[in-house]
Design a protein around this ligand. Structure first.
Ligand code: ATP
Ligand code: MG
Length: 371
């Protein structure tokens, strides 16, 4: 569609909430749209709620790209808004149909029922007009152009575009978490999934090498587009010197477990300080040595805050696909940089009683007394 005067935004899961929760989520969704458009320099006049739709008054083509970044959005369409009057609707639908060739279908949804015709009647009426005027054939199952008409509280929105959003819930609706982000492929996806479910994420990196820290900062700058004006500042904690000490004191095959345990213990403490409810990691069961069930148990034993692992049941291929989709894949550097502290044969089946002995040996007792 060349020109439009509005963007109609649909949300699904929010609509299922009780009215009190729904109102709060709708408010957040509008705020997040506004903040994202402002941050990206997208022009808009105003954003309003109309029945169970959100309408953005805009004709800026960049909304096609940027609206996708806002969680809670199921789908959206740059549209032409008119009064919900049959002649107006026909005129606009015909002008949109005139821009394309091939088969077409008219789809009508009456979001509110304040319209004299049923959806089927309106679709038939408009379809008949387009067919007569342009000679184009109707194909309801696989049309070249789909003309969508939505009736929403006295207005009609007419379009031939429907762009899918990522769904989820508005950022800010589900509290705060600390996400442990390396420079690899997995952890940015884990953080993104938590943002998609509405959590405010604090991105935390444990510094082992400058290259990794640079990678982390680039990842944060990509993820920031999904933060919708909520504070999203990177936090970096020195980690390499502690690891070096563990290695020098003979941690050997336990190094990775000590490394992960140290990150989780410190993140847990930090979560308590900043009022975050959980710590998030990018672990996927069995993907590497540190991610066996035995090791995960040792790493996160007896921590006050839950450790959430949104990727735990996902395959690498699926994670990579998501990383490419959300834009973090290109800036992750895990294939170029390998951790300088990884032993030749990392422990795959750590047991807590052995971990206690090794932690005492390397002087890391603070990793044991967490509850
Ligand atoms: P990723 O692809 O996220 O680096 P990975 O599969 O390489 O993960 P590990 O290196 O075993 O797995 O790390 C497991 C998880 O621990 C990561 O997903 C991440 O959440 C966290 N983590 C690892 N290294 C760091 C780091 N330097 N800073 C912060 N978190 C880290
Ligand atoms: Mg990694």
């Amino acid at each position: 569609m060349d020109k439009f005067n509005s963007l109609i935004v649909r949300y699904s899961e929010i609509g299922l909430k009780s009215s009190h929760v729904r109102r709060e989520m709708e408010r957040l969704l509008i705020r997040n749209l506004e903040e994202t458009f402002r941050a990206e320099g997208v022009h808009f006049i105003k954003i309003v709620k109309r029945a169970s739709r959100i309408v953005v008054y805009t004709s800026d083509p960049r909304v096609r790209k940027v609206t996708k970044w806002v969680f809670g959005v199921k789908s959206y369409s740059p549209s032409i808004e008119t009064e919900a009057q049959i002649d107006e609707i026909k005129r606009v639908a015909l002008s949109i149909a005139a821009q394309k060739e091939g088969s077409f279908a008219v789809r009508v949804q009456r979001v509110t029922k304040d319209f004299p015709l049923t959806s089927v009647e309106l679709a038939r009426d408009v379809g008949g007009l387009i067919k007569g005027d342009t000679g184009r054939p109707v194909d309801l199952s696989d049309p070249d152009q789909e003309i969508i008409i939505e009736i929403v509280a006295g207005k009609a929105y007419i379009t031939d575009e429907r762009i899918e959003g990522y769904g989820g819930l508005p950022v800010g609706s589900q509290g705060k978490v600390i996400a442990l982000i390396s420079s690899g492929i997995d952890s940015p996806v884990a953080a993104w999934l938590m943002m998609r479910r509405g959590a405010v994420v604090i991105p935390v990196h444990f510094r082992k090498t400058p290259e990794e820290e640079r990678g982390f900062r680039e990842i944060v700058s990509v993820l920031k587009r999904y933060s919708h004006g909520v504070r999203f500042e990177p936090v970096v904690i020195e980690h390499g010197s502690a690891l070096r000490e563990f290695v020098e004191k003979g941690a050997r095959e336990w190094t990775c477990l000590l490394c992960k345990r140290r990150m989780l213990v410190i993140a847990n403490r930090m979560a308590k300080e900043v009022g975050a409810s959980a710590v998030v990691t990018g672990d996927s069961l069995g993907q590497v040595a540190s991610q066996t069930l035995d090791n995960l148990e040792v790493e996160s034993r007896c921590l006050e805050k839950p450790v959430l692992r949104p990727l735990i049941g996902m395959d690498k291929d699926d994670i990579v696909k998501l990383a490419k989709e959300i834009g973090t894949y290109d800036v992750s550097i895990s294939y170029d940089v390998s951790c300088p502290f990884v032993p030749k044969k990392p422990k795959t089946k750590g047991k807590w009683r052995d971990f206690v002995k090794i932690a005492e040996k390397v002087g890391a007792e603070e990793l044991l007394h967490t509850c």
